[in-house]
Design a protein around this ligand. Structure first.
Ligand code: PMV
Length: 313
């Protein structure tokens, strides 16, 4: 019996993180150099319901029945199985691997859920449309992050740059001119749940100030969408810097991320901001011609790694 394989890419948020949780638009793009992969193979001779999961990146090897029902991997399998009971499913082995760093704002959890849901559904003879995979992965994101906006599952399932706003149809961005982004890992893990909670506390304590910042971030996302679809991508630089100021005021940047942003700008980046939840994780820098110099500056300023990526439609 063949193995069923599915993958999903990493992602960066170009503009609008956090504000997107409060109804503002945000822009995100896949990072296809990073990916999560799930492979489901039937185990001949095994009994129904014997489902083994191996996820070497998180040092997990266990039968699914031993994972708590709310464990994201088990919950993903249950979601993919739909109305079928996991205990009646033919014996199989599932291997999950990922090159997307965890807790770094690169969408690792959404990508793992999306790949696993798609591969397991295929093993069960269900070919799920993208929207259904995205909707199911969103349910798993809720278990992991509390109140996610839905942008991560959307961008990794559809594998296209998106303009996303809760409650509105997903828009795919037509990119007039591709542009180069360096993704620099601060080396400090950032928990999305902790960052979203911290912003929520700030918002509860000072709604007027936070809503002013969310509105401003929403406007930046709107302008960025115009620039990306019909303008000169170099104009995105100042918008990224302004978005970073708002994120700093929301309390989700860190001295390390600020230092990376400063060094990228000094070396010639057109703009720089954190990407994802923050409180650690990654910084993104927009480059035109000076990418190698900016990469060197980021590494000297403490980046653990720098990944160049091109944003195209
Ligand atoms: O840290 P990440 O990659 O999961 O990105 C989170 C983006 C937030 O806007 C902070 C949360 C969300 O659900 O949109």
């Amino acid at each position: 019996m063949p193995a069923f394989t599915a993958s999903a890419p990493g992602k960066i948020i170009l503009f609008g993180e956090h504000a997107v949780v409060y109804g503002q638009p945000a822009l995100a793009a896949p990072v296809t150099a990073l990916e999560a992969r799930a492979v489901v193979s039937a185990q001949m001779g095994g009994s129904s319901g014997e489902i083994w999961i191996e996820a070497p990146d998180i040092e997990l090897t266990a039968p699914v029945s031993e994972l708590a029902p709310e464990h994201p991997l088990r919950a993903s399998l249950a979601a993919a199985a739909g109305t079928q009971d996991l205990s009646r499913i033919p014996a199989c082995r599932i291997l999950i691997t990922s090159t997307i760093p965890v807790s770094s704002g690169l969408g690792s959890s959404a990508a793992v859920s999306a790949a696993l849901i798609r591969a397991f559904a295929a093993f069960l003879g269900r070919r799920l449309p993208d929207q259904e995979v995205s909707d199911l992965a969103f349910e798993i994101e809720k278990i992991q992050h509390g109140s996610p906006s839905g942008i991560d599952n959307s961008v990794v399932v559809f594998r296209k740059p998106v303009y996303f706003q809760q409650g509105k149809p997903l828009e795919f961005l037509a990119i007039k001119e591709p542009f180069e982004i360096l993704v620099a890992d601060s080396g400090i893990p950032g928990s999305t749940r902790a960052a979203v909670d911290a912003v929520r506390q700030r918002w509860l304590a000072n709604q007027e100030e936070c809503e002013g910042l969310f509105n401003r971030i929403g406007e930046i996302s709107g302008t960025a969408r115009e620039v990306i679809t019909s303008g000169d991508p170099r104009e995105l630089g100042p918008l990224m810097n302004e978005n970073q100021v708002c994120l700093r005021e929301l309390g989700v940047s860190t001295p390390e991320l600020d230092r990376l942003a400063e060094s990228a700008l000094e070396a010639g980046a057109l703009g720089a901001k954190l990407s994802g939840g923050g409180l650690g994780g990654n910084l993104i820098a927009l480059c035109d011609t000076a990418a190698p110099r900016i990469e060197g500056a980021l590494l000297r300023a403490g980046a653990q790694s720098v990944l160049p990526t091109t944003i195209r439609g």
